[in-house]
Design a protein around this ligand. Structure first.
Ligand SMILES: *Cc1c(COP(=O)(O)O)cnc(C)c1O
Length: 375
């Protein structure tokens, strides 16, 4: 059996190796490293895939979030609501821009932002909500968009973990993750569902004015060459990464299907297990399993250790909630405000999840976990 990895990028590369190698050499020989034709083609191919008017490529998923917030003309002290149980990048950019991050709890089943908690956190300073489509499944966008309309708020979807996921609204409309709010952001970090071979990111919007604004911000606030109308940033997707992404984008649906196949294997193996809760699947969102995250009732850390000794990597996403991180603990939060998050940090464990898992590996992983819980 092949060594089990949390994410297996090498074997995925092997399937497309000849195409990748040829293309990378081509880009190097063209020497169009920055803003070359590969970037423009990728941009328009991703617009088609997502059925969104504008894709603005940028350097990484964190920049994408920052640029999105910069484009909304928020003022210092304006409040942005996001989930407490997520990767720190989401809240990092809020604080970096001197806005006020307001953390709220998540749902116990799908781990995405609790919409009732959003409602409760809204004040007259609230300007935006950042739902995170955590682990590959969309947050409840029906309710979130409804809240946003009622309170006149912007919605920036953090789609770093859910590219390719769909959401079906109550009226039957189906939209891709990242194209439902005012702005969507994603990351092409190598381990994401659509990953490049370095850093990369993108911003999506259907709003022409926001798109114009963000294209300027990513390029030093420059709307006309060497005229800088505002303080911007330098955030580019380079041509080599765009070339890799152009080759991988046509495989994205297949990659996500492979992740779902592995998830189905895990689901079946742990069905009705008294100590293990398999991931909840929302009816309105297609899960693309960026992570396959179990909730276990007991001995989570011992399980991780046991698996590690058997050569099975497993990760805790996330062990510390944002309100307890030194950088974001401003002394205003109490653990009791986040009963679900506080429980999840002790119970979640993410199993190996990628496009190259074999039945043999999946069998070994699931049997080892069952062995640990003695059945
Ligand atoms: C990965 C990730 C990011 C950041 O993306 P980078 O490209 O690493 O900057 C932001 N939000 C979430 C939820 C992520 O998982």
């Amino acid at each position: 059996m092949q060594k089990i990895q949390m994410v297996d990028l090498f074997h995925q590369y092997q399937h497309i190796q000849s195409e990748i190698d040829k293309k990378l050499i081509e880009v190097v020989q063209s020497s169009a490293f920055i803003n070359g034709p590969e970037v423009k083609s990728f941009q328009s191919e991703l617009e088609d895939y997502l059925d969104v008017k504008h894709v603005i490529p940028c350097a990484n998923g964190t920049d994408a979030l920052q640029i999105a917030l910069m484009a909304l003309d928020l003022q210092p002290g304006d409040e942005v609501i996001t989930a407490n149980f997520t990767f720190a990048a989401t809240v990092e950019v809020i604080d970096l821009l001197k806005l006020k991050s307001v953390l709220v709890d998540v749902n116990p089943d799908d781990f995405t932002i609790d919409t009732q908690a959003i409602e409760n956190a809204i004040t007259d300073k609230t300007k935006a909500i950042i739902p995170v489509h955590l682990f590959g499944q969309c947050a409840n966008m029906d309710t979130i968009m409804d809240i946003a309309v009622r309170h006149n708020l912007y919605v920036v979807e953090d789609t770093a973990q859910a590219i390719g996921s769909d959401f079906t609204f109550a009226d039957g409309t189906v939209r891709k993750a990242g194209t439902m709010g005012h702005i969507g952001t994603t990351s092409f970090f190598p381990s994401k569902n659509l990953g490049c071979y370095g850093d990369g990111g993108a911003i999506f919007t259907n709003d022409d004015d926001l798109a114009y604004r963000m294209r300027g911000i990513v390029n030093h606030g420059m709307y006309e060459r060497y005229y800088h109308d505002e303080v911007g940033v330098n955030s580019r997707l380079d041509s080599l990464q765009a070339a890799v992404l152009r080759i991988k984008l046509p495989h994205l649906n297949d990659y996500n299907a492979k992740r779902r196949t592995a998830a189905n294997f895990y689901d079946t193996a742990f069905k009705n297990h008294p100590k293990i809760q398999t991931p909840f699947r929302r009816e309105d969102s297609k899960h693309v399993f960026h992570q396959y995250t179990l909730k276990v009732a007991e001995k989570r850390n011992e399980l991780q250790q046991f698996l590690s000794e058997k050569g099975i990597p497993a990760m805790i996403y996330y062990p510390v909630p944002l309100h307890k991180q030194k950088a974001y603990d401003h002394g205003e939060y109490r653990d009791e405000q986040f009963p679900v998050t506080m429980e999840l940090i002790d119970q979640v464990i993410s199993l190996p999840m990628h496009t190259e898992l074999t039945d043999e590996q999946l069998h070994y992983i699931t049997e080892s976990i069952k062995e640990f819980y003695h059945d």
